[in-house]
Design a protein around this ligand. Structure first.
Ligand code: GLY
Length: 341
């Protein structure tokens, strides 16, 4: 098992990567109240039955203040107080909701996460961003509070639908692209093993991804500058997600390819750099391209909460392993999107 420590001004997290769930739950002090994703609950109901449990409904449409309110009511009924420990169990959706509940119920109750999806383990559960959507706008309401612990239990990935597992690989590729060129070469050599959930490869991939994110969050917890690099591929990715019924990771994969091509058009990333990203995305079985209307894409980017005025702070690549932020005027971006799509 690997342990990674995240230290920030607002709190510390001990992140464990390995197989922990069955033995670990009974060792927690005080006895936790589990906030569990309904699908994870159905797979592991026996494991959770000794504990007080609240079910979090699965599906992005439930990532709302109403769901938060319902969970808080159940906590009141259970007489959960400030000495309690809340543990969110599930993918990014469940841990985002659980973290937001724990950060606001009684103004904050100690909390931890057991992360059950690849995307959750390498991204959503790490770094303290918790929140819900509002009127279709993603993560509009939220907090940044660090959980006391995150368990990335690799055995939980065995029950994850393969398509969802593959979607998580997009965020893994992202870490190599923005910060760690050697990791990209490792991924290229080990992609088939990663796709069959080889234990050693998975452990190395999750540990490396978490370490890259921890390094960034420790330097910029509140996303003043450096943490923005984690949004590589996400400006276009979120715009795709608004338009198409695809998984977040699938949209981010195509978003990364387009952001790489944009970097090349602007005289930054080399053509071979773009090819490497396209190759990795393709090897993972993620979409290198999607049929998209550039006007729809542009209108959706205009609605992004990370836009400021007439500028979009776009994450681009100088070279593989080196990302940078460049403000791009919306009108200029509109022309570029027409050329790219
Ligand atoms: N998922 C991006 C971040 O945590 O900043």
């Amino acid at each position: 098992m690997h342990l990674i420590q995240l230290t920030t001004p607002s709190g510390d997290t001990e992140i464990s990567v390995g197989e922990l769930l069955s033995s670990g739950l009974h060792g927690l002090e005080p006895e936790p109240v589990l906030l569990v994703d309904e699908q994870v609950q159905s797979f592991y109901s026996e494991l959770f039955s000794p504990f007080r449990c609240i079910t979090i409904p699965s599906g992005e449409q439930h990532k709302t203040l109403q769901t938060v309110e319902g969970i808080c009511r159940e906590l009141v009924q259970m007489e959960v107080d400030r000495s309690s420990l809340l543990v969110g169990v599930g993918g990014g959706l469940a841990t985002d909701i659980a973290g937001f509940v724990a950060s606001t119920y009684l103004r904050e109750v100690r909390f931890g996460f057991i992360s059950s999806t690849l995307l959750g383990q390498v991204d959503a559960s790490i770094g303290g961003k918790n929140g819900v959507n509002l009127d279709g706008y993603k993560n509009m309401i939220g907090t940044i509070r660090q959980p006391s612990f995150v368990w990335c239990d690799l055995s939980l990935l065995n029950t994850l639908p393969h398509k969802e597992y593959v979607a998580g690989i997009a965020e893994v590729i992202k870490y190599g692209v923005i910060r760690d060129r050697d990791f990209l070469h490792y991924l290229k050599d080990h992609m088939s093993a990663l796709l069959t959930l080889d234990g050693d490869v998975l452990e190395k991939v999750v540990t490396t991804s978490v370490s890259v994110k921890v390094n960034i969050v420790q330097q910029d917890e509140k996303e003043s500058d450096l943490r923005k690099l984690l949004n590589f591929g996400h400006t276009i990715g979120h715009a795709i997600e608004r338009d198409k019924k695809v998984l977040h990771g699938e949209a981010v994969a195509t978003g990364m390819v387009l952001a790489a091509r944009l970097s090349n058009t602007l005289g930054l990333l080399s053509a071979s750099g773009v090819e490497m990203i396209e190759e990795l995305v393709g090897l993972a079985g993620l979409p290198v391209r999607m049929d998209m209307d550039p006007d729809v894409l542009y209108q959706n980017i205009r609605k992004d909460k990370k836009k400021s005025g007439d500028l979009v702070h776009f994450v681009l690549l100088e070279e593989l392993g080196h990302a940078m932020i460049r403000p791009i005027p919306l009108t200029e971006l509109n022309h570029m999107l027409h050329d790219l799509c």
